[in-house]
Design a protein around this ligand. Structure first.
Ligand SMILES: Nc1ncnc2c1ncn2[C@@H]1O[C@H](COP(=O)(O)OP(=O)(O)OP(=O)(O)O)[C@@H](O)[C@H]1O
Ligand SMILES: O=C(CO)[C@H](O)[C@H](O)COP(=O)(O)O
Length: 377
């Protein structure tokens, strides 16, 4: 359930929140990506896994013709958009001459204090960056929930914040794909011209390279989105790689058929009715910034999401609760971008991995609390 898209007078999240179990501390999930790279779309998959509302945009909504809070609350998960920690408002950045991508334009001390306090089970007063007016609005109260997700430009830049994060994700969208997605949203949905979109991407590139991309080396789970290899002329179909770090506590990378192996798999055309160029999956063991990673890859589109169930039957460590749950989750968000390709699949697997992390931490906290009760008795 979400309060994020109610008229502000009706908002107020305290009654909806699930109390933390005794001894339980929230887990903190970090998601980094440039603007327009699918953070909100991905967050919708994660929050729906935790029972959140999936009706509106996240990370800065334009509901009701006006600005709504950046924070979405379900009974388990809270999403905090780190744009709220911009140092200056839009006018202030004109004076400083710096872009919002620049780390000098973020309040990392406050970000750290807030994430630390939430992790300690305390309430914080979080600022709000208003994307409609470009102003810093009156702060809002955020109470801790069992899962706190911080998403935005710089979740892994500050070492203190990074150390508080239990699981970190990065959306790595290749330049061609980023341009296509921007065109789709900003031209088709927001009426911007192609020239202005290209100019904005070009203007952001140096700061993106300097301040955002270097964070991907810290991520436990990188979703890399590239143009397809199946047909060089095809600009729309995507190849998606989930780069999963090995050895992360409470996280076991998903695999295809045989854990630890190298596999390339083109599912039988009799089992999937995907149109040419079809789909191709792969599973590889690689190094990523010096770390051992398991890479799950999918290139191409599903013609019919229900056929995903056949692919799902061959994925291990998927963290699904029952056979078919991945397909069901994709079907429940069928209208969201990426539901017929690897972006939706890898995002769903990441969402399930986060849920598993939460389940394991909750179980460990309950066990510890039971032990304490037994000792006290
Ligand atoms: N998996 C996907 N497949 C195809 N298009 C996508 C996908 N994810 C996102 N997009 C496109 O990119 C646009 C931006 O996505 P989204 O709003 O989720 O990004 P964001 O990172 O939250 O952006 P911002 O930070 O600017 O709010 C969407 O409107 C959609 O057109
Ligand atoms: O990169 C961004 C994160 O979404 C925005 O550009 C940044 O937050 C500034 O926002 P605005 O352009 O609305 O003033």
């Amino acid at each position: 359930f979400s309060t994020a898209f109610m008229p502000s007078g009706l908002r107020g999240n305290s009654a909806l929140q699930m109390a933390l179990a005794p001894g339980q501390t929230p887990i903190v999930i970090g998601l980094a990506a440039d603007s327009g790279c699918g953070k909100s779309t991905f967050m919708r998959r994660v929050t729906s896994t935790f029972g959140g509302d999936v009706c509106g945009p996240l990370g800065g909504g334009f509901a009701n013709g006006g600005w709504e809070t950046n924070t979405l609350v379900s009974d388990i998960a809270t999403v905090i958009c780190l744009d709220d920690y911009h140092l200056n408002d839009r006018n202030g950045r004109k004076v400083s001459g710096l872009t919002a991508l620049n780390t000098a334009e973020q309040k990392f001390d406050l970000m750290y204090e807030h994430v630390k306090a939430l992790k300690e089970g305390k309430t914080v007063m979080k600022p709000i960056y208003n994307h409609v007016n470009g102003t810093l609005d009156a702060p809002e109260e955020i109470e801790p929930t069992p899962v706190i997700i911080i998403e935005g430009l710089h979740p892994f830049h500050d070492e203190r914040v990074r150390d508080l994060i239990d699981f970190s994700l990065y959306l790595d969208i290749s330049p061609d794909v980023k341009l296509n997605w921007k065109i789709q949203r900003d031209m088709e949905e927001r009426g911007h011209s192609l020239e202005s979109i290209m100019a904005s991407i070009e203007a952001r590139k140096p700061d993106f390279d300097a301040f955002i991309e270097p964070q991907k080396k810290y991520a436990d789970y990188v979703i890399e989105v590239l143009p397809t290899d199946l047909d060089k002329e095809d600009k729309k179909t995507l190849k998606v790689r989930a780069i999963q770090k090995k050895g992360v506590p409470d996280f076991s990378p998903a695999y295809l058929f045989d854990e630890g192996s190298e596999i390339e798999w083109t599912p039988s055309a009799d089992k999937l009715s995907s149109p040419p160029p079809g789909i191709k999956l792969a599973y590889r063991q690689e190094k990523y910034f010096g770390n051992d990673v398991a890479v799950l890859e999918m290139d191409g589109n599903f013609d019919n999401i229900q056929e995903l169930v056949y692919v799902e039957s061959n994925i291990g460590n998927s963290n699904s609760r029952f056979y078919g749950e991945i397909t069901q989750a994709m079907l429940s968000l069928a209208d969201s971008p990426g539901s017929n390709n690897g972006t939706g699949l890898m995002q769903t697997l990441a969402a399930f991995a986060i849920r598993e992390l939460y389940n394991k931490k909750t179980a460990a906290a309950k066990l510890a609390a039971n032990k304490e009760t037994a000792v006290a008795a």
